[in-house]
Design a binder for this molecule. Sequence first.
Ligand code: COA
Length: 155
Amino acid sequence: MKGMHIDQIFYGLIEQRGPAKQLADLDKICFESDAMSFEEWLKVSNTFPIIVYAWQDDDKANPRGIAVVRYAAGISYLYSVAVIPEARRLGLGQRMLQKSLEIAKEKGCLEMQAHTRTENEASQKLLAKNGFKVIQYVPDFYDDCEDGILWSKLL
Ligand SMILES: CC(C)(COP(=O)(O)OP(=O)(O)OC[C@H]1O[C@@H](n2cnc3c(N)ncnc32)[C@H](O)[C@@H]1OP(=O)(O)O)[C@@H](O)C(=O)NCCC(=O)NCCS
């Protein structure tokens, strides 16, 4: 995405059922191996998650990044934060995470949790930079048996 600049990126909150197709399509672009299926996203989108989109100019139909947070009983869980490869390292992940944290707090959540793959340096650094702390190593957490790391941030 040549010439993309952070000032051309806008952020919005979507709180509605049913953007599962868009979530699944974006996931396929963002994740090399473990993209979630449409059916899995359908389950998630039916639980009224907080969904923060990032788009360029007025092209809302083609999100450049997305953060999805589920919340219940005072705890929020960062289900996914993902940016299309061409738009990485511009600050989108950072801004979407900050917005998700703000909204979770507004909704009364006291904590946000997230899992990362042990090999995913970018996501670990993103969480650490935003004040998340490691609370547990979880062997075989992912379907392909990669270990996971559970992170938490008090809001
Ligand atoms: C993780 C991800 C969302 C980061 O998004 P991004 O928009 O590129 O990140 P930002 O530009 O906002 O960077 C914010 C911070 O994240 C960290 N970071 C981001 N990409 C990184 C990389 N490739 N290597 C190391 N640290 C990285 C840095 O701490 C960075 O802060 P800095 O710029 O001051 O060093 C993006 O790499 C991605 O979509 N990866 C694939 C999907 C994924 O693995 N999601 C996480 C699942 S939990």
